[in-house]
Design a protein around this ligand. Sequence first.
Ligand code: PEP
Ligand code: MG
Length: 325
Amino acid sequence: LKKQQSLYAHQQATTKDGHTIEVAANIACSVEADNAFAQGAEGIGLFRTEMLFMDRQQAPDEEEQFNHYCEVLTAANGKPVIIRTMDIGGDKPIDYLALPHENNPFLGYRAVRIYPQFLALFHTQLTAILRASVHGKAKIMIPMIQSIEEIRWVKQQLEIVKQQLTEQNIAFDADLQLGIMVEIPSVAFIVDLFCKEVDFFSIGSNDMTQYLLAVDRDNASVSKLYNSLAPAFLRLLKQVVTTAHAHGKWVGLCGELGADSKVLPLLVGAGLNEISMSAPKIAATKAQLTEINFADSQTLFAEACECATIEEVEALLEQRHAQAQ
Ligand code: PEP
Ligand code: MG
């Protein structure tokens, strides 16, 4: 079976009825990028840059970041690379930032929320990404956005950095796209407003599930409640994709849910443009996509959105799976 799957690794993933979905990889460093493309990634859907900032004495400087981003863009060889700006703080502590201890880090001081205090750090990262952007197809994605104010502030900073580069005659991709993680429920209700601010969206199902259902993603005592098949989550997915598409915007998904073969027909049916996952899952996912019918998946997703319980959604998936065998 493994051998058969590898046949699909380097092909576009198209459903039986001709619907194409991008299959991309989540990475944390350039070594993983090489591996991801070797395993058939059509792009990088999530580059978790915070890994460059962790487990060290000080933040990587502009040159180090620039080189690292260039390595990833070179590995991508023209394929899109979504570089997520640092998602640090909260449960991802960084000693040299000396952030205060928090009782509730998942609801605390992390990601975009710390950028105003560490403005130089944020500007350095944006500068490094912009400079690297002439070496491939880079896109910038901001984590943990919950309001329009936040993304407008980010856009102002991006303009400041672009202006500085222009004044210094340093080249960057002027068309570089800006997107946000959709991982805080408030965003789902104002996707139409965000469509006026950004180019694309990527749903972070890990955090979105935790925040939507109020279940700590790392707490074993409530892990039974942590389930993205909750009808509320499916309806949120529907809301986000439908609204973004109505405004002509691209929507991906980059949480662990994307690698769950059982759930894949639902994600296809939801109409996502891209699914990003850990590299070892890519070949199998592409193989599975060729066995799926898009129109049937749309019906399945619509039915799942009408289910009252997780159990009903699971039963529906089992039933379809059995029928397909
Ligand atoms: C997510 O929240 O789904 C996500 C992809 O981001 P992270 O897992 O890095 O928080
Ligand atoms: Mg997240």
